[in-house]
Design a protein around this ligand. Sequence first.
Ligand code: ZN
Length: 370
Amino acid sequence: MHPRSNVVVLAAACGIACLVALPAHAATEDCIQCKHVDCIKGLIKQKTAMAAGYDALARKWDPLVKVEGKPSDTVDFNTITDASDRNDFYRGMLDKFRAFAEQENDLASQVGQPGGCGAFATEASTDTFLTCAVDKTSLARSREQAPCRQIGDLMARHEALHRDRCIARKRSPGNHMWKPDDFPFFVPGIMQTPAAHAREEAAAYRMEIAALTALLPKAQAKCEISFTGVTTSCRIPSPAGTTEMGQDIEGKVCGDPTTASWTMHTVSWVRAPYIGLRRNNDPPWQSDCVAKGSTIEADRARLFSRGPGAGWMCVYDDSTTPPTIIIRNFRLKPCSPNVEQTFVRPVIRHECGEDPAKPPPPPDPELPVG
Ligand SMILES: [Zn+2]
């Protein structure tokens, strides 16, 4: 093997490559939009798995490179006075890093792509030994293909963490350059161990996770959540015939569905003998949705089912993908049957302020095409 290729394995190559191109201007788009919520969640999950995987690699590699019998973050070739020993140790370290790099690749393929992001290239690397340089070409391409700006920025911050720590190692006192036998160039005396490299990756991923965790609620706040297609009903039989009544319900909210005010649209209807079906479009009104499993849900259910009045309540369940709206309808005693009616509907998500029902504007026939 040509000696020059030996240094290549000491790069921190981050992420997973893939080949689907997205619009080149994607990286200028703001991540604080509802449409990026699933991707941010997917990235948090993926990077959490990567950080945990690197924790495991650090534990595995700590006993495999020891300095004076103990695991260490660095080895110092300058402390080995015998030239032949020093060369052998250096070659041994390169072999270890080769094995380590294979385990990193296995980890990346096991963890896989982040869910909810579509496919984008996250291939960026930094030389963490000789030059401390970030591969600008691959980083620029990754940033350009990122779904949105802040996610692209995080890739740069991740690589900057590797670069800064590499520079700190290079500048540490006593780090003298030396030239391994048959090498065309000098290399630093201090080299990071695979275990320390794994810890550095875990730290870089955790920095990203913290930033994404801060970004997530901001993007979620841009979501309009809505549900539709709920019809409550109550049948009341009588000698003159059965009367049936109920409400068609739909609702929407912008922001946190359990704290923001919902706008409900209801159509109250009644179907009775001799009268037929009468529908009344009620004016929109403000209401709330309570979190599934909350005390307020239990309190309200007790109130509705024990008290004289019946009614329905909106419950938000975030544990499903997508989240679900549950409409719990507590029916009047004379209803037959009068047991609780429960509707479970997946939420529809849009950017706040955008009308999902509005079709795209038709082409202007006055304008020439092309
Ligand atoms: Zn990295």
